[in-house]
Design a protein around this ligand. Structure first.
Ligand code: AMP
Ligand code: ZN
Length: 137
């Protein structure tokens, strides 16, 4: 993927503030952080989103996210971390190279990620059946 910014970060063509690297994954600081210590974890190979990530790559990515989340927490002395993955434009994905955001949180930091709605039990029963029907191996 020649025009992918994150592939260029992997190859070193574009500079980044790397904090961790192994054979499969790379973690670096977000250039426009939502909070102090906002870090991105990406697979080194180009995959667009979670739908196309091979299982092993996703597993490696999750392990790196866990390792880096703890390091970010200890380094920033934050009170919590959100791990977020935006998949597709309507979910807020801007860079179409799969990545997990690690966002450090502080008490009363004012960041609002997801507003909560309400739902009827009947609706949840129908919806859970619809999703179950779509679960693939
Ligand atoms: P998303 O909206 O999930 O696609 O997130 C893309 C993230 O990449 C945003 O938080 C951007 O601030 C971040 N970003 C874009 N370009 C760079 C870059 N060159 N180095 C580090 N982070 C970047
Ligand atoms: Zn890429």
């Amino acid at each position: 993927m020649n025009d992918c910014i994150f592939c260029k970060i992997v190859s070193g063509e574009i500079p980044s503030h790397k904090v961790y690297e192994d054979n499969w994954s790379l973690a670096f600081l977000d250039i426009a952080p939502s909070s102090y210590g906002h870090t991105l974890v990406i697979p080194k190979d180009h995959f667009e989103n979670i739908y196309t990530l091979p299982d092993e790559t996703l597993a490696r990515l999750a392990l790196t996210a866990k390792k880096v989340a703890l390091a970010v927490k200890n380094a920033t002395l934050c009170d919590g971390v959100n791990l977020i993955m935006n998949n597709e434009k309507n979910a807020g994905q801007i860079i179409f190279h799969a990545h997990i955001h690690i966002i450090p949180r502080k008490e009363n930091d004012g960041l609002k990620l997801f507003p909560h709605g309400s739902s009827a039990n009947e609706e949840l029963i129908i919806l859970s059946e619809k999703i179950k029907e779509q679960i693939k191996d």
